[in-house]
Design a protein around this ligand. Structure first.
Ligand code: FES
Ligand SMILES: [Fe+2]
Length: 356
């Protein structure tokens, strides 16, 4: 089937839902030369998976199911039941500490073992599980090549200090490596976002972490005018950038988390989470605490609008750009070259010949 007719079929079946003619004309082989990287990837905010919930997600071309037991244990499992393949996210339910399949009501414990089958003794069957973590009330799942277990932990934002105050999400025709590269692409900040950076420090490599620090004068949307921010960010692999933004004029620090989750080949779910910390001061008098919380909520919303504005500007580029394994960098763009070297640790050793 040639590409124009595939695009035509797509339009006919799901108008506006499929890749555009231009996407298909670029060619999947050109747009997806990067494999899925290893690392931690965001699947949800903790509050999206309360006790008793069963939630569907797409991750690296597969369906996965998140559930939380009544006792609060969070699990991410293969979507399909090992008995006869029913989709656990299509009618599966939490029963106490078990996940129960909708087809024959086999029950699986938090280790993934089948522990109950209404018709008799449970078969020796296990539900595939993914390592999962909750950091700063965000849910991350691990992908390791050849099922290698986690060798590092996601995010450095202190759990007890920040909590999500505002979130935003979109799906990009892109790859997490391309998205995260924008944090070391300092030159585009002025061109695309009209942001002047100062005191840019060279990225610091720390195993799976890449630390980035710069100052910037950013015009915050919603009436706060131009504000000076100091931004210290750490990339935790290719799925997660987190850090603190200090707003000097109002003496406030907010947490920012940007996540890039590969949902399929060259399809990436981008999430932005703005964290505020006022709620973590239970000792302050009630009125002062309420005022601090509302100010941080306003600042959080303003920062969110600004970050989203920047992400939408970036998305115009990301959604159409082609990954170049051998870019023509200027002498000012050493950070991108350094980043390209750092990302190698997240791919299988033999992969892929076209990356170098
Ligand atoms: S398919 Fe799940 S219990 Fe039968
Ligand atoms: Fe950008």
């Amino acid at each position: 089937m040639d590409r124009p007719s595939l695009a035509g079929l797509w339009d006919l079946l799901w108008p506006g839902a499929g890749p555009s003619r231009a996407d298909l004309a670029v060619g999947a082989e050109d747009r997806a030369p990067l494999p899925y990287p290893s690392g931690w990837f965001c699947l949800a905010l903790s509050r999206e998976v309360p006790a008793g919930a069963v939630v569907n997600r797409r991750f690296m071309g597969r369906d996965v199911v998140l559930y939380r037991t009544r006792g609060g244990v969070l699990r991410v499992v293969d979507a399909h039941c090992p008995h006869l393949g029913a989709h656990l996210g299509a009618g599966g339910a939490v029963d106490g500490e078990h996940l129960v399949c909708p087809f024959h009501r086999f029950a699986f414990d938090v280790e993934g073992s089948c522990v109950r089958a209404p018709g008799g003794a449970p078969p020796r069957a296990a539900l595939g599980q993914y390592p999962v973590r909750e950091r700063g009330r965000v849910v991350y799942v691990w992908h390791g090549h050849d099922a290698v277990p986690p060798s590092w932990e996601p995010s450095e934002l202190p759990d007890d200090r920040f909590a999500p105050a505002a979130t935003w999400s979109t799906v990009l025709t892109s790859h997490p490596q391309e998205v995260m590269e924008s944090f070391v692409d300092y030159e585009h900040q002025a061109v695309v976002h009209n942001v002047a950076l100062r005191e840019v420090k060279p990225p610091l490599e720390d195993g799976p972490l890449l630390r980035i620090a710069f100052g910037a004068a950013i015009r915050l949307s919603v009436g706060l005018g131009t504000i000076r921010v100091e931004q210290g960010l750490a990339l935790s692999g290719l799925g997660l950038a987190s850090g603190e933004v200090t707003l000097h004029q109002i003496g406030m620090t907010l947490g920012v988390v940007v996540t890039a989750t590969p949902v399929g080949p060259w399809r990436t779910q981008l999430r932005v989470v703005i964290m505020t910390d006022a709620a973590s001061r239970p000792d302050s008098p009630l009125l002062r605490k309420a005022a601090a919380m509302s100010l941080s909520a306003v600042a959080g919303q303003a920062l969110m609008r600004t970050v989203v504005h920047h992400m939408v500007q970036d998305a115009r580029i990301w959604n159409r750009k082609r990954y170049l394994p051998d870019p023509a960098l200027t002498s000012e763009e050493g950070a991108i070259g350094q980043y390209r070297g750092w990302v190698g640790q997240f791919y299988p050793l033999e992969a892929p010949a076209d990356r170098t």
